[in-house]
Structures are given as C-alpha cells and as structure tokens.
Design a protein around this ligand. Structure first.
Ligand code: SAM
Ligand code: DTB
Ligand code: SF4
Length: 330
C-alpha cells in the first residue's frame, strides 16, 4: 500500500506526466469512452442534527432550506422513472439523518425494491447505519451505500464536530460486512491543505478494499453555512484534475464520480477530469438541495466528446439470503 509520501509524489509530479499516467491506467481498466450516470434524490430533507459546515441541511444553519419529511415510495419511484428515462443507471437516495431510524426501515426497503424492479442500481446515503439495518437493506437489494470521509482525519474536526472520523470508518466497515458495495469520497474546497487531500486519498486507497465508487465533490458554497460565510477559496480546476488523476492511479478499478460542483465547471474542465480518469457523474438538474446541469447539457457534452452512457444489467430484485448485493461490484 502506498505511503502518504508516495501519494504526494504522484500528486505533485508534472501535470502532463500525471494526466498521461492516469489516462493510461484508466484505459487499462475501463472503456475510456464510456461514462456511468447516477441520479440523486433527497428523500428526507433538512433538520439534520449534524453540524457539517458545508451543508444546507444542518438544523444549525439558516440556509432558507424547506425541510421535508420522508417522501413516500410512489414519489421516490416517480423520480427514479424520470432518471431512468434519461439514461441514468443508478438511483441514489439521500436522507438528512444522523442515523437511520428503525421506523423508516419498511419504507426504505420498499424504495430499494421498487427502484431495483425498474432495472436500476440502488444506492442510499442515510448517515450511520447499524449491522441489522445494513443487512436488511442489502437483502432488499441495496447495491451501494454512500458514506463519505470528506477530507483527511486531521482536517475532519475543523469541518464537523458532531461525529468522529472513526465513526465514519466503522460505518463503512458495517456496510462492507453486510455485503454491499461502498461509495465513499470527499469534498475539495473545505479550506484544506494539499496534505489533507493526500491524507484522504491515502485513507480511501488503504481501506480493507477500496470503495467501488469514489465521489469527488467540489464545495458548493451555500449562503448561511459557516464555510460559505467565512469565504473559503474556490477549488482550482487544475487541483481538481490532479486529485482525480491520483485517485485513478491509486484505485484503478473504482468508479470515480464527478459530483457536486459541476454546475460551475466548464465543459472543457469536465473533459479534462474525464481524461484524467473520472468515469461517472451525477446527472439530473438537482443534486440533493442544489443545482446540477440539466440532462440536456450532459447529453450534449457526451455527444461532443463521442462518449456513451454505460448500460447495466441488474439481477432480479428478489431478496438474496446471503445478504450480498445482487449487482456486480464496480
Ligand atoms: N447525511 C448523509 C451523510 O452525511 O453521510 C448523506 C447526505 S450528505 C449530503 C452526502 C455528501 O454530500 C456529504 O458527505 C458531502 O461530501 C456532500 N456534500 C454535502 N453538501 C455539499 C456541498 N455544499 N458541497 C459539496 N458537497 C457537499
Ligand atoms: C456525494 O458524494 N455527493 C452527493 C452524494 N454523494 C450524496 C451529494 C452532493 C450534495 C451537494 C449539495 C446539495 O445538493 O445539497
Ligand atoms: Fe446532515 Fe449529511 Fe448534511 Fe452532514 S452532510 S448536515 S450529516 S445531511
């Protein structure tokens, strides 16, 4: 496993050498002209007890966000149909909870089964999940669980104080033990140093098994959140490409996803990120609470780049007794 110094040496090498190396690794493991599309839906919005200083959904900040209780299954499935019709193959449902409430489990299970029955991959991001809940969700057909580490362990306490890095790592292990695929990444633009970006990459690459999906977010500065109000520097596009390229070299088989922040990125910067090894993006005009490029803009980008959306085949939605996710790992 690479040390932090070795990762820094990859990250800091001349840009052209870095991108060339990353693109070569990418080609050896993936079709470089193929892109995976995932679409998000906030199934429970706002009033979150956590204090993530970047997030519109924390109850502590005045961001003007309207809170919403858990959506019903029909609302969720109607949104999944739209995503599917637009070419998305994975539907990711997010809830602003500290931990999953047991009373929501029956509805969550129905959401997973319903989305899977449409032939889409399923992902959820619900905060801390316990072993029993993770097993139930895996058996219902939940393919991926998203739980981000966001930044290095050293910087974490400057961004969030209501939980520890170790709690995040423990939940990631719970998800693995339940047989689900792991989706875990971070955010650039939290006022972190280069060392923190290296630290996050080191942690991701050194998990027992690297995450199958690695979302790379660029901070969306939301008025009313501490990070936006203290005016952190916007992320430099070249640094974003360096981060993605290093992630690709360290985690050759993972899907690296361009996530929050694409609305502010030019098509040219996105193309450079794809060249450097990103092979997935969140599509649909809304992320969880903020804007994202419309499907039409992304379809036009794909066409200009001569790229295709990845097609998938999901196994039938029937619960599997082993608790292992039914879809092939990515
Ligand atoms: N509450 C759950 C949790 O924290 O795991 C799931 C939802 S949370 C919104 C998912 C991820 O979205 C966060 O870990 C963070 O990486 C990203 N995110 C949230 N707000 C963001 C923002 N303003 N800009 C960029 N990324 C953001
Ligand atoms: C991830 O890493 N990014 C997505 C998904 N996983 C859940 C969420 C981005 C949220 C951006 C801010 C918002 O829309 O509220
Ligand atoms: Fe809550 Fe997740 Fe937002 Fe943190 S990132 S405040 S845990 S919804």
């Amino acid at each position: 496993m690479p040390t932090k110094a070795e990762i820094a040496a990859i990250y800091d090498q001349p840009f052209m050498d870095l991108v060339f190396e990353a693109a070569s690794v990418h080609r050896a493991h993936h079709d470089p002209n193929q892109l995976q599309w995932s679409t998000l839906l906030s199934i429970k919005t706002g009033a979150c007890p956590e204090d993530c200083t970047y997030c519109s959904q924390s109850a502590r900040w005045n961001t003007g966000l309207e809170k919403e209780p858990l959506l019903n299954v029909e609302q969720v499935l109607a949104n999944a149909e739209i995503a599917k019709a637009n070419g998305s193959t994975r539907f990711c449902m997010g809830a602003a909870w500290r931990r999953v409430p047991n009373k929501a489990m029956p509805e969550l299970v129905e959401m997973v089964k319903g989305v899977r029955a449409m032939g889409m991959e399923t992902c959820m991001t619900l905060g801390t999940v316990d072993a029993e809940q993770a097993k139930t969700l895996a058996e219902a057909g939940l393919d991926y669980y998203n739980h981000n580490l966001d930044t290095s362990e050293e910087h974490y306490g400057k961004v969030i104080t209501t939980r520890t890095y170790q709690e995040r790592l423990d939940t990631l292990q719970t998800v693995r033990d339940a047989g689900m695929n792991v989706c875990c990444g971070g955010i650039l633009g939290l006022g972190e140093e280069n060392n923190d970006r290296i630290g996050l990459l080191w942690q991701l690459a050194n998990l027992e098994q690297p995450p199958e999906s690695v979302p790379v977010n660029s901070l969306v500065a939301i008025e009313g959140t501490p990070l936006a109000d203290q005016g952190v520097e916007p992320v430099d596009g070249i640094d974003m490409v360096r981060f993605i390229a290093t992630a690709r070299i360290l985690m050759p088989k993972s899907y690296i996803r361009l996530s929050a922040g694409r609305e502010e990125m030019t098509d040219e910067l996105q193309a450079l990120c794809l060249l450097a090894g990103a092979n997935s993006m969140f599509t649909g005009e809304q992320l969880l609470t903020t804007k994202n490029p419309a499907f039409e803009r992304d379809k036009a980008l794909l066409k200009r780049l001569g790229m295709r959306i990845e097609r998938i085949e999901t196994a039938p939605t029937t619960a599997c007794s082993t608790g292992a996710a039914a879809a092939p790992a990515k």
